[in-house]
Write a new protein. Structure first.
Length: 140
């Protein structure tokens, strides 16, 4: 099995809280950044999604904080899709320091919304497969 998709991020000082830790809400931003990066890498950017009349939505997110991050720490944020049956899918992500220390684990339930009907599409896996020449990035 190949390594999951990942993007590098350097913790910026303004992202830390009064204790010098990465602010808890920024972990969500790092996860979101990696999700958009994997879409871009697969050629499924915002323009392509809008042209098809769909957009990704996050329905639920769980974060497990493991080790603190501080300003100037360098991390990799992974992104892997898990497909089941139905209208939703899971995205599992790990925020890991370059020394291998896991800082946080993020698991989200997502869907692909039909922007006209304002409902989830019935086959998000099929949409992603049709939109990309890089289906392996989505675990397809």
């Amino acid at each position: 099995m190949s390594e999951p998709f990942s993007v590098p991020v350097t913790v910026r000082g303004y992202e830390t809280d009064a204790l010098g830790h990465l602010n808890q809400s920024v972990y969500l931003q790092y996860a979101e950044h990696a999700r958009w990066c994997i879409l871009q890498a697969a050629g499924v950017g915002p323009a392509e999604l809008l042209a098809k009349g769909v957009g990704p939505v996050v329905l639920e997110t769980n974060i497990r904080y493991v080790r603190e991050l501080r300003a100037a720490d360098e991390v990799e944020v992974t992104c892997a899709f898990e497909w089941g049956e139905g209208k939703t899918f899971r995205v599992v992500q790990t925020i890991r320091k370059t020394d291998g220390t896991v800082s946080a684990e993020v698991a989200s339930v997502g869907g692909l919304m039909d922007l006209t009907e304002r409902r989830l599409v019935t086959d998000p896996r099929g949409y992603f497969r049709a939109l990309t020449d890089e289906p392996q990035l989505f675990g397809l």
